[in-house]
Design a protein around this ligand. Structure first.
Ligand SMILES: O=P(O)(O)OC[C@H]1O[C@](O)(CO)[C@@H](O)[C@@H]1O
Length: 434
């Protein structure tokens, strides 16, 4: 069992992919020999196989400590500094994780802060955590991003008021650069335990570093299995032959469709647990490819929910879109629909069918309708939603994004455009030097 890419409904012929064999091989070498644009940010490529065991063990020890002494973990970070963890925790834990009764969840509640600048958000959260034991993991690669920095200033004061400076120090963990940035300076001067984000791994590629692994381990998810999945992807997708490598096929198909005026890729999923996986995917592809006047716009929809809002546009709107569906092939848990005596809702024809079965028929029906509506459709089939395949899927997207960016002719590892709003905001706020 592995991840299977089905492009039978993408209006792409195998020969069109074969025609790209040489350019794929060339870009594959640029990636693996680290000679292409952004080559100092390719550390993610071998993270699954090269990650230090001692660091993984330290992550597990700290996660256990947080689990033992905290009812709540506050994760402070924005973009790649929280989306990977949130995507994984949401995909692999209960969808009602934070409100599960204590007897059902042995791990702390988890709240994400520093991904907006809303006082209501933080004040609402203070009410929730009032009587609970707290730990904080502040995550910022640059150590200077405004949103998490403001949130941390507020939470540092909150923790010191609640616990006193000494105990607060034992409950705050900083994940940041090895040497530079304000967060590193602050962590050193306060004596917080720190975790390092390698220099050669950018934020949106950082889930398999402490950025993702510490929060994920605190949530009780098996990070060894997650890394095993990523490792299996690292091996499987190191094949430079496009005909045999679905990860490169996905990258190539996106670019072929883009060249046919498909400007928007819609990621669709039928399990609501994948909502944050789609948010993570949006950052990965949006920030990697949207530059130099180029790039597909990555959008996402949760079905069947959004069939009742966006379905109309996808079926009948401007034909500048294509769809990529993440299909979970085997769901482990089932609810079976029963017959009723009076059949007043007219649903007895579904007697004995499971919700998973109905969901699959919704997927098949939707795919058929959208293809008939001239929307190219790709399907990424995931055997199961578990640690192993989630780790594998993340790596699949990371590597396909690198390849896709090179095919598009951009540097997939920088994000110069993000600075524009910051400069304007700092000018408006009167920050010295702006
Ligand atoms: O980890 P940092 O440096 O706080 O950055 C957070 C996010 O902000 C960005 O740098 C964009 O401003 C993203 O690339 C990144 O994921």
């Amino acid at each position: 069992m592995t991840i299977r890419l089905d492009y039978n409904n993408a209006f792409i012929k195998k020969s069109e992919l074969e025609n790209l064999s040489n350019i794929i091989k060339k870009n594959h070498n640029l990636i693996h020999e680290k000679k292409g644009a952004g080559n100092d940010y390719l550390g993610w490529l071998e993270l699954p196989s090269k990650y230090h065991k001692e660091e993984l063990d330290r992550i597990k020890r700290v996660a256990e400590r947080i689990r033992n002494n905290s009812d709540v973990l506050i994760i402070i970070g924005i973009g790649g500094s929280y989306l990977g963890a949130r995507a994984c925790i949401d995909a692999l834990s209960s969808q009602f994780y934070n409100i599960l009764p204590k007897c059902k969840r042995k791990t702390p509640e988890i709240y994400y802060v520093g991904n907006n600048i809303s006082s209501d958000y933080i004040l609402d959260l203070f009410e929730v955590i009032e009587d609970k034991e707290i730990s904080v993991n502040v995550i910022s690669k640059s150590g200077t991003t405004t949103e998490p920095a403001i949130a941390f200033r507020i939470f540092k004061e909150y923790m010191e008021k609640r616990y006193g400076k000494e105990e607060a120090k034992n409950r705050i963990y900083a994940t940041t650069d090895k040497k530079k940035g304000a967060l590193k300076t602050l962590a050193n001067s306060e004596g917080y335990q720190t975790f390092t984000i390698p220099d050669d791994v950018g934020g949106r590629y950082s889930i398999f570093t402490p950025v993702g692994l510490l929060p994920i381990a605190v949530a009780g998810i098996d990070i060894d299995k997650l890394m095993d999945g990523a490792k299996s992807a690292e091996i499987e997708y190191s094949n430079d032959n496009i005909v045999e490598n679905p990860c490169y096929q996905y990258a190539a198909i996106r670019n072929i469709l883009h060249s046919r005026n498909k400007d928007i890729e819609i990621l669709a999923y039928y399990e609501p647990a994948l909502y944050y996986a789609s948010e993570w995917w949006k950052q990965l592809f949006g920030e990697s490819e949207g530059k130099d006047g180029k790039g597909l716009f990555p959008a996402a929809v949760g079905f069947t929910t959004d069939l009742h809002s966006m379905g109309q546009l996808i079926q009948d709107g401007k034909r500048n879109i294509f769809e990529t569906t993440i299909n979970i092939e085997n769901n482990q848990r089932e609810i079976t629909i029963k017959a009723t005596k009076d059949n007043l809702d007219g649903l007895n024809f579904l007697e004995g069918k499971t919700l998973n079965y109905v969901n699959k028929k919704a997927f098949e029906g939707t795919l058929k309708a959208h293809v008939q509506g001239d929307v190219p459709n790709l399907v990424i089939n995931l055997p199961k939603l578990n640690e192993f395949y989630f780790g594998k899927l993340i790596y699949f997207f990371e590597k396909s994004c690198a390849m896709s960016g090179y095919l598009l002719g951009v540097n997939p590892f920088d994000q110069p455009g993000v600075e524009k709003y910051k400069t304007n905001m700092f000018q408006l706020l009167g920050k010295p030097g702006y």
